[in-house]
Design a protein. Structure first.
Lengths: 328, 525
């Protein structure tokens, strides 16, 4: 009981929110492309260049904000290349996404070597991290629960505020509606004079914007350093969440919270002396179990639908077919 | 001023005309889809355009709506000449088109679909309540019952069509074109649609209605224009027309084939069809109580306006569609329980009506296409491996004996002309030793030279003692080939005539649904 108390407390929930933020940002970005009918496997790469250039920008300018802007700009360039190849030239989106991911991994390593002369990670060099925002009055209002809403870096707030904004976007704005239409029924968009190309470009760039923010949060908010391949599969995890949430912002949030919790929990477990390699698999195991549970739950539905359609076919036959001679 | 072209029945002043098409010609390569068509549609009428599949109806309407550009001819709307470069011009000019294939977004509500691309917005956000209210108003006014808040993905095809009509109305259409609107509807839904169309006319709107169903045209339209083979046959007030006149205009009397000489050599019954029923894709009865036989050395023809159950008959006999009642026996074996492969094993060869869908793989070579269906048998397959030497040699032989104009067995089928593709199908189907040949539309879309060659081949197969069933919408083709002609209407075999004195009047009556009792007696025997 005591161990449980130590494991699960306000600090763990706060840590969950912190670990959820980067994957939530990138998954919400991917929500735009998913809804627009693009399978964007390049989230990982966009996030990685975002993280690297955010650090670079922060060192050059000495400003965390300028660092974030640099990270976003780099991710946008990747998103633009993706859009040009996939939307304009109709290249296979999986191939392009994978290629850009590999490019991002290699490019950040070589640039790190060229600029800093090191491999592995960039620490120090005057990286300016994002400040923590202390909400005034949080402590008076919530007492010991205050860490739940106060003391995060700005991008954590941005990630969670983005969820309702996306809900409104998809349901109440013209752009959101068109993104959905283009993804779901491109013929309908075409017939009504909605430019599929334009909408898909906008969706790709919005995705790049959020993926860049996610990357910047990793290297400037989460911790203040850059390491090789520091996105460590979060982009792919986002892709998995997108597949079973169909890009719906609220379902994306739920999926990301689950992953964020598993992530924070595994960090927690490490401090209790469990072998770290085993503990680090926790988030991925959780993701696999979630995927399995969801598809397992969908199974009876498929069976029910099949039975229903068979029944319909059979009963129609029995009711209206002549017993022997024609009914007319 | 625009011309009343000779023969065109433009009796009213031009301003009374909602739509005037003059001398519209559209070619696709060598194929002429529309050949100098004149069409005048009076404001406030329901104008039906009727013709068989491939007569050029949809092409003509796509030109009017700006989806295609005519090679020749001009368009006037309400007396004003206009160039309709794309559908947006047509919509601005007050035209609306309800296509055969709906373009709705399943996850959006009815109202969202209706207002898509012209959303009502307030403070930059979409005003769902206003959209729902306006959709409800429109649907009440024209009797198009829908729940505006429901998701489209949950609705039936009939309701989807209403939504498409609402889309057109919201965009301010005064002239509405419907392309085969009843093809997807149940009879009940069709009646409701007709009522809606009448309410449009009552409000001074104009309806152009494409169909190949005689009865609904007779029921709902004020004026009929008949198209055949890309040409206009006539435009007449519906009230002055009888059904069989309409059939004659649709099917035509042009005779391009002479009757083939033949020796009488009818042998044993090969195919026996008894009390056969089948449903179409909407689960409505499409084939009703068909009974007939085909003997060896006999060509039996099935005549009828397209869509009267012939397709379903062919599909049941080839195992592609289940029979709902009755049976068909090929040399004593009931086909209705068998898979397509087993039916072929039992002795069927099938030349499908749509060769590009079911006849060939257009991207594969001639050799591969002549192999299909027998790839597991010797000598084409040896020890689980294809024997390409034998396959290519056989294809070479077939190319010669069926006079297929190609460079060789490795030529892709898609490079061939329609006639030569059909010959590839015939070559495959006729050389497998089947006793029963089911040939659906032997010469559809085939040039005259190839038509003669295909007819020669069918007659050779007859002389070889095969039992042959030919389904065709071309009467003269059946008159040239068939020993007996069965006429189908509304899924039923209306009667039978002998091929030797194929009386077009009688066949026409039966195609229009008028039973011929003196022939019915013959069929029963």
């Amino acid at each position: 009981m005591e161990i449980l108390d130590k494991l699960i407390n306000v600090a763990l929930i706060a840590a969950t929110l912190r670990t959820t933020a980067p994957i939530l940002l990138v998954a919400l970005g991917g929500s735009f492309t998913t809804k627009a009918g693009i399978f964007n496997i390049g989230l990982e790469g966009q996030m990685l260049v975002g993280a690297f250039f955010a650090v670079l920008g922060s060192i050059w300018t000495g400003s965390a904000l300028a660092g974030v802007a640099c990270g976003v700009a780099a991710a946008l360039v990747f998103a633009l290349v993706f859009a040009v190849l996939v939307v304009s030239f109709k290249a296979n989106e999986v191939v392009v996404g994978l290629a850009l991911n590999i490019l991002a991994g290699g490019m950040t390593i070589s640039l790190m070597k060229a600029i800093f002369g090191t491999r592995g990670s960039i620490v120090g060099h005057g990286i300016v991290g994002l400040p923590k925002v202390q909400l005034p009055g949080a402590r008076d209002l919530l007492g010991s629960w205050a860490p739940l809403i106060s003391g995060f870096t700005p991008l954590v707030y941005a990630a969670f505020i983005a969820v309702p904004l996306l809900v409104v976007c998809y349901n109440r704005t013209r752009l959101g509606l068109y993104i959905r239409v283009v993804g779901e029924k491109p013929e309908a968009a075409e017939a009504l004079g909605i430019s599929i190309t334009r909408v898909r470009y906008i969706a790709s760039l919005l995705c790049g914007l959020l993926a860049g923010l996610a990357g910047a949060h990793l290297s400037l908010g989460y911790i203040t350093m850059f390491t090789e391949n520091m996105s460590s599969g979060r982009g792919f995890m986002a892709v998995a969440i997108l597949i079973f949430s169909n890009g719906d912002p609220l379902k994306v949030l739920a999926g990301c919270l689950l992953f964020g919790f598993a992530d924070a929990f595994s960090l927690r477990l490490q401090t209790f002396g469990y072998p770290s390699y085993l503990v680090l698999t926790v988030p991925y195991v959780v993701a696999l179990i979630a995927l399995f549970a969801l598809s397992y739950r969908a199974r009876p539905r498929i069976i029910a639908e099949t039975l229903e359609s068979m029944r319909k076919l059979l009963s129609v036959d029995r009711n209206t077919e002549p017993g022997g001679k024609n009914p007319q | 001023m625009l011309s009343n072209t000779p023969g065109s029945p433009t009796l009213h002043s031009n301003a009374a005309m909602a739509v005037e098409l003059t001398g519209i010609t559209k070619r696709f390569g060598a194929f002429v889809a529309n050949d100098g068509i004149d069409l005048a549609v009076r404001r406030g009428e329901i104008h039906a355009i009727i013709g068989e599949n491939g007569a050029g109806k949809t092409t003509l309407m796509n030109i009017l709506f700006g989806l295609l550009q005519p090679d020749e001819g001009s368009i006037r709307l309400n007396g004003e000449e206009i160039v309709i470069a794309d559908p947006s011009v047509a919509i601005k000019a007050g035209l609306g088109m309800v296509h055969q294939h709906f373009k709705l977004v399943p996850s959006l509500s009815v109202a969202d679909n209706v207002f898509l691309s012209m959303e009502i917005r307030r403070h930059g956000l979409i005003d769902h309540a206003a959209q729902v209210a306006r959709t409800r108003d429109l649907s009440k006014r024209f009797g198009l019952q829908v729940d505006p808040t429901e998701r489209v993905g949950l609705l039936s095809v009939g309701i989807e069509q209403r939504i498409e009509i609402l889309k057109v109305l919201v965009r301010g259409a005064r002239t509405i074109i419907l392309d085969e609107p009843t093809a997807v509807l149940t009879p009940q839904e069709s009646r409701e649609l007709f009522q809606t169309l009448r309410s449009f006319v009552a409000e001074g709107m104009t309806v152009i209605f494409i169909s190949h169903h005689l009865e609904e045209v007779m029921e709902v339209s004020d004026t009929v224009t008949v198209l055949r083979n890309g040409r206009k046959v006539a435009t007449r007030p519906t009230a002055e027309l009888s059904k069989d006149e309409l059939v004659h205009m649709m099917v035509g009397r042009e005779v391009s084939f002479d009757r083939r000489p033949r020796a009488s050599l009818h042998g044993d019954v090969v195919l026996e069809v008894k009390d056969l029923w089948a449903r179409d894709d909407r689960l409505l009865p499409a084939l009703r109580d068909a009974s007939f036989t085909v003997r060896s050395g006999e060509v039996v023809g099935i005549a009828g306006v397209a869509g009267n159950g012939q397709t379903e008959l062919a599909e049941v006999l080839s195992g592609l569609r289940p029979a709902s009642h009755g049976g068909a026996w090929l040399k004593g074996q009931n086909l209705t329980d068998l898979s397509p492969a087993a039916i072929r094993q039992a002795g069927l060869a099938h030349v499908p009506g749509d060769r590009m869908v079911r006849g060939v793989d257009r991207n594969a070579s001639i050799a591969a296409n002549t192999l299909m269906g027998r790839q597991h048998r010797a000598p084409w397959s040896r020890g689980g491996m294809l024997n390409w030497n034998a396959i290519n040699q056989n294809a070479e032989t077939l190319i010669k004996s069926f006079d297929i104009r190609a460079r060789g067995p490795s030529d892709a089928v898609k490079r061939l002309s329609g006639g030569n593709i059909q010959k590839v199908v015939l070559a495959r189907e006729f050389t497998d030793g089947a006793d029963f040949l089911l040939i659906d539309q032997p010469t559809r879309g085939v040039d005259i030279g190839a038509q003669e060659a295909i007819h020669d081949e069918i007659m050779r197969q007859r002389a070889a003692g095969r039992a042959i069933l030919v389904i065709s919408v071309q009467l003269d083709e059946l008159a040239a080939l068939a020993d007996r002609i069965l006429v189908m209407f509304n899924g039923r075999i209306m009667g039978e005539v002998s091929g030797d004195d194929a009386d077009e009047e009688r066949i026409g009556m039966m195609m229009a649904g008028v039973a011929a009792p003196e022939f019915a007696a013959e069929t029963a025997s």
